[in-house]
Design a protein around this ligand. Sequence first.
Ligand SMILES: NC(=O)c1ccc[n+]([C@@H]2O[C@H](COP(=O)([O-])OP(=O)(O)OC[C@H]3O[C@@H](n4cnc5c(N)ncnc54)[C@H](O)[C@@H]3O)[C@@H](O)[C@H]2O)c1
Ligand SMILES: N[C@H](CO)Cc1c[nH]c[nH+]1
Ligand SMILES: [Zn+2]
Length: 395
Amino acid sequence: MIKRELPTRRVQSFSQVLDKVNEIVEKVRKEGDRALREFALQFDNVKLEELVLSEEQVANAASKIKPEVKGAIDEIWDQLVSFHELIKPPSLGGGSKNVEYGVLWRPLERVGIYVPGGKKSYPSTLMMAGIPARIAGVEEIHVATPVKGEIDPAIAYIAFKLRVKRVYPVGGAQAIAALAFGTESVTKVDKIVGPGNVYVQAAKFIVSQEIGIDGIEGPTELVVIADQTSDPRSIALDLMAQGEHGSSSLLVLMSNSEELLNKVAELLNDENEYYLVKTENLETAIELANKIAPEHLSLYTSRSRELLHLVKNAGAITLGNTPPALIDYSAGPDHILPTNGWARFRGGVTVYDFLKPVSYVNAEKVDKKLVKAAEILAEYEGFKHHAKSIGVRYD
Ligand SMILES: NC(=O)c1ccc[n+]([C@@H]2O[C@H](COP(=O)([O-])OP(=O)(O)OC[C@H]3O[C@@H](n4cnc5c(N)ncnc54)[C@H](O)[C@@H]3O)[C@@H](O)[C@H]2O)c1
Ligand SMILES: N[C@H](CO)Cc1c[nH]c[nH+]1
Ligand SMILES: [Zn+2]
């Protein structure tokens, strides 16, 4: 269905299902494995015996990967490694006023990666989370993904390559709760990373009171900004591509050309809702896109470089004729990207999601003025022992 104005809100937001998901999360906290089995039957129609796949099961599934798929994964692997190596921050040290200080980027010890698997299988997502985790130096990677029958050979192969500690064949909000609290079979992790549907994202939001999460990466969003120079067929394909993730995808095209909008409208299928909106000029389209803060933003115009500087809020941007779906697979930057407006305050997953800056100080010879300043402010705040503990050191 085609609409000619912008949506007033997301088709499906994780906040709409928070109450329901809270019940799932609490049941897993109380009942552990028993709840995981019950929910697998209820939501996925799967009777789960084992809640951890054995190394043998993973290796066996991995051996069934098709050679051309294995080749594609190996090719993409190097490209993702290059990107995350480039942006990995170095530990830094320096000083001023006779204080030596610095920051050590320390890896998280144990992370959980959620790999979606309700409607489609997402081996690419395991790479997008697992590679930056490995580059950061995370010790233990745990993976949860809904499995019906045997695990996808491509997921198994990537898990093997990443030296994943454990794979749990569990999906949905219940998998997130299990990784957050631990169960008899599932190991509690320090942070959960990964996209998924509204139930999965609502669960991440709830458990973020107790463990780390990477943000909200729910149903896919694409905003395309195009002009009369853009190819309508490619735009229609880009919109339909992101529509393949499900009917909750947000799919928007804005253009200053009515002719282009009409041509694209003729080419779209009727499997999704598409918002095709005429704007006075491309600058207005960028302003509106900044308000939406979409996951994917395609600047498919002859002025893409110039317009790039006006973008404030977007998960990832593709320039010119670059297909947004290339980011989904092999361009280098991550495809795990913020949705639901979260691109206003965070970006896609990077190596930073698996690192934390631990700062250190050696101030044994600090300038007297800083000592005095600290004492004055501590006294002002009413913390006399703070003031004294500083003062006695430097008399
Ligand atoms: N933003 C990103 O970075 C990004 C990346 C990849 C995929 N995605 C999105 O991930 C999503 C994947 O969704 P999916 O559904 O295919 O897989 P999923 O793995 O996220 O969810 C499947 C699970 O949802 C649970 N579930 C289904 N119906 C339920 C219900 N009524 N109540 C409670 N739980 C229920 C089930 O337990 C099932 O295992 C898509 O919306 C896609 O757009 C986003
Ligand atoms: N477009 C998704 C992010 O919204 C990522 C993806 C994975 N596979 C295909 N696409
Ligand atoms: Zn996609």
